[in-house]
Design a protein. Structure first.
Length: 196
């Protein structure tokens, strides 16, 4: 009776030691787990925010308004978000494959609709002057003035000459006193300039 019980005990001892040797200790398992870096999480969150753009669509669509999209989406995606075109929409000049940009405005006209004078495009893209700072026409040099919409090197030189002869501009409307700058040119650039 003693012999079989010794076999059972020795068998249990063998099983216990062999199983404990084959599995790694708990401490080693804990060391192999790598901590997640918080920096990577915050960077990916910032990238996700930067990839979002806001686009406004107006005119002949079901639901005109401002829509949030990804940077790589197209105008066709904005149209779909706006519920599609209404029955009389004139879509022949819309480039549905064009990528969207932040602050873009898309206008969908009706068939037979005459666009306002000076509206050369159905898309209004954000300009660098709008997105950044306005140009101070009292301080800007010829090269900077020439970057304004409707102002080339010759008109920029006229602005500089006027400023030297008459002193600083008191209001942005005074720019219309410069030779070659009429109402239409002024309308194009008024949102991009300042006198302060």
């Amino acid at each position: 009776m003693l012999f079989p019980s010794i076999l059972v005990v020795s068998g249990l001892c063998y099983f216990y030691f062999s199983s404990s040797d084959s599995s790694p200790p708990q401490e080693e398992l804990i060391e192999t787990i790598q901590p997640i870096e918080e920096k990577n999480l915050s960077e990916s969150a910032e990238e996700a925010v930067m990839q979002q753009v806001f686009v406004e669509i107006k005119g002949a669509v079901m639901y005109p308004g401002v829509y949030e999209l990804e940077q790589d989406q197209r105008i066709k995606d904005v149209v779909l978000l706006a519920g599609g075109y209404i029955e009389n929409a004139d879509t022949q000049f819309i480039n549905h494959a064009q990528k969207v940009q932040d602050e873009m405005v898309i206008y969908i006209p009706l068939k037979g609709e005459q666009l306002e004078e000076g509206a050369s495009s159905l898309l209004t893209l954000p300009t660098e002057t709008n997105k950044e700072q306005k140009i101070n026409i009292n301080k800007a040099d010829v090269a900077t003035l020439a970057t304004l919409p409707g102002i080339g090197p010759s008109k920029a030189q006229s602005i500089l000459s006027y400023r030297e002869e008459n002193g600083q501009f008191q209001t942005i409307d005074d720019l219309k006193n410069v030779s070659g700058i009429g109402d239409k040119t002024f309308e194009k650039l008024k949102d991009a300039i300042t006198v302060k």
